[in-house]
Design a protein around this ligand. Sequence first.
Ligand code: ATP
Ligand code: MG
Length: 404
Amino acid sequence: MNSIVVHYQEIALKGRNRPWFIGRLVRNIRTATSDLDVKQVINKMGRIEVVLGSPAAWDPVAERLRHVFGIANFSLAGHVVLDVDVIAKAILDDLAALAELKVSTFRVSARRADKRFPLTSPQIEREVGGRIKEARGWTVNLDAPEFTIHVEALTGEAFYHFGKHPGPGGMPTGVSGRVVALLSGGIDSPVAMYRLMKRGCRVLPVHFHSYPILSRASQEKVRELVALLTRYQQHTRLYLVAFGDIQQQVMLTVAAPLRVVIYRRLMFRIAEGIARKAHAQALVTGEVIGQVASQTLENMTTIGAATTLPVFRPLIGMDKDEITAEAQRLGSYPISIIEDQDCCQLFTPKHPATKARPADVEEAERALPIDEFVRQAVESAAIEDFNFPVIKYPAKGNYGRSKC
Ligand code: ATP
Ligand code: MG
């Protein structure tokens, strides 16, 4: 078996945009497997064929496909001409190699993509199934078989396989445009970023740090998180914004209770400046209603009013333990809980306002050179590019962390 048949689900529904969606998925699969033994990735009548250089490539390629959004499921498959004798013989040869297979009941499940083929799906099932039954002595059980053999009949060719592996679902990276995510290094924001990536957005993370007032730890954490998440979108541009000087100036000018809201509004404005430069259309945060003082309904509204871009908060209604479970599944949790000094902890008062009124905040901001802060921060943001997989010798500033 030298092919992998990849099935997509949701993109099959996309009407006239369908070829474009599928084209993206094909391209993303090519990129995700570009350092592995893959000969071709081909769009074929409602599925995608990944042609392996050898059967040994299956394990590493399967591991990559589990991270390519838009894939519903995939199967290691045999590829033969569309002829029931040839299909049955190839299946029997492959079954002979499966020494550990101990079953007595089976069924063949066929799908026909090209309706011009004279045999219907049930007829293909009967023809192929009959030959296998005779050769192996198994009994057919249509309702609860111990083993299912899948046959997919295309034009002049067919695939067969013995089971499906789940893909990550979602939509292919790039089909939904670009967004900027505010990535803090905490537990929530990497999960929020993942959610948008899963829906086909290319996510550009922005991290605000207070180096050199605080250590570089938060930046290191964010790099680790971005390296992890880049497996899913293959290329990530990270923006690192020095925020310490701005925070100090806010501290000197603004009354303690309003500071958190004003830091966040500044973050939103700077993130918007970066988004506009990078042609991104929305901001993403890991905010959750009621989790901390800056996340009351009133404060979130006042913070959100600092930008004219839409702000997506995919975790808004989740409990901490639900977010933690997702972070654990994703693998971001162990990185997020590493001790660091978050830029906001240092400058955060003990009792921030929980209902900061827009008029008070605007009044306080009039004493600050907001536009200048934003212009400077956007211009001086450091950019780091992450790639997965890393194929060429990594250039300076390339933090691709491929293990291959
Ligand atoms: P997280 O676990 O994502 O840090 P949190 O529960 O600690 O979230 P806050 O600290 O109030 O909540 O932050 C709310 C959101 O603001 C974060 O989810 C993130 O999107 C953004 N944010 C906070 N601090 C930073 C930062 N230093 N850099 C970038 N974004 C930040
Ligand atoms: Mg945080």
